[in-house]
Ligand binder design. Structure first.
Ligand code: GRF
Length: 203
């Protein structure tokens, strides 16, 4: 199955996915001139830019997005820094084959600035979640989570670095598992095949 990664930022997760040797067929960004596009080019992956300002509505944007992905024969989508709300029709189009990485232990701290939210709360343990995308904000069925401690001496930068390093370990593993058909969404539940759910800690 062909994979797309949707980006819009620094592309550190895209880089981790590609460095893990995971084949990605196309990268699509909602912003121009972002580092994620450079990462795609460095690894020889076709990179597309769809700017929201070029479309009259969110619906038209998503029609174009699906058309581009369909043209590449994309069957599954990993979101990594793509800060756009996808239309329900887009999510249906890729249902059970569209995933996202979020820098907290969902359902705690959904939305933007999740790392800072956890740091400021403050909680003792936060982490990383990989989940299927549904119509809500970071509400889809959880595939894997990895816990990250917040130490008393941590600055926000310390925590941010630890979270990102954890994302970079966890996300490629989950994508690889999906590529190998070891995990799937069945009746809106995540099913790990081959027994057990060793992904509670992500290790
Ligand atoms: C990551 O922290 C991810 O959890 C969130 O957006 C950020 C993307 O970072 N969804 P990058 O572009 O992969 O460096």
């Amino acid at each position: 199955m062909k994979w797309a990664v949707l980006v819009g930022g620094t592309g550190s997760n895209l880089q981790a996915i590609l460095q893990a040797g995971i084949p990605i067929d196309v990268v699509l960004s909602h912003k121009a001139n972002v580092r994620a596009l450079d990462v795609a080019r460095e690894f020889g992956v076709p990179a597309l830019v769809l700017l929201p300002k070029d479309f009259a509505s969110r619906a038209e944007y998503d029609v174009a997005l699906c058309r581009e992905l369909d043209n590449f024969g994309v069957g599954a989508v990993a979101m990594a820094g793509f800060l756009r709300w996808l239309q329900p029709t887009t999510i249906r189009h890729f249902e059970g084959r569209i995933i996202n990485v979020h820098p907290s232990l969902l359902p705690s701290f959904p939305g933007l600035n999740a790392i800072a939210q956890a740091y400021q709360h403050p909680v003792k343990i936060t982490g990383v979640t990989v989940h299927f995308v549904d119509d809500g904000q970071d509400t889809g069925p959880i595939i894997a989570q990895s816990a990250v401690p917040i130490w008393p001496s941590d600055t926000l930068d310390d925590l941010t670095g630890r979270i990102h390093r954890t994302e970079h370990r966890l996300y490629p593993k989950v994508i690889q598992a999906m590529q190998e058909d070891r995990v799937a969404l069945e009746n809106n539940r995540v099913v790990w095949k081959g027994g057990g759910d060793q992904w509670a800690s992500g290790h």
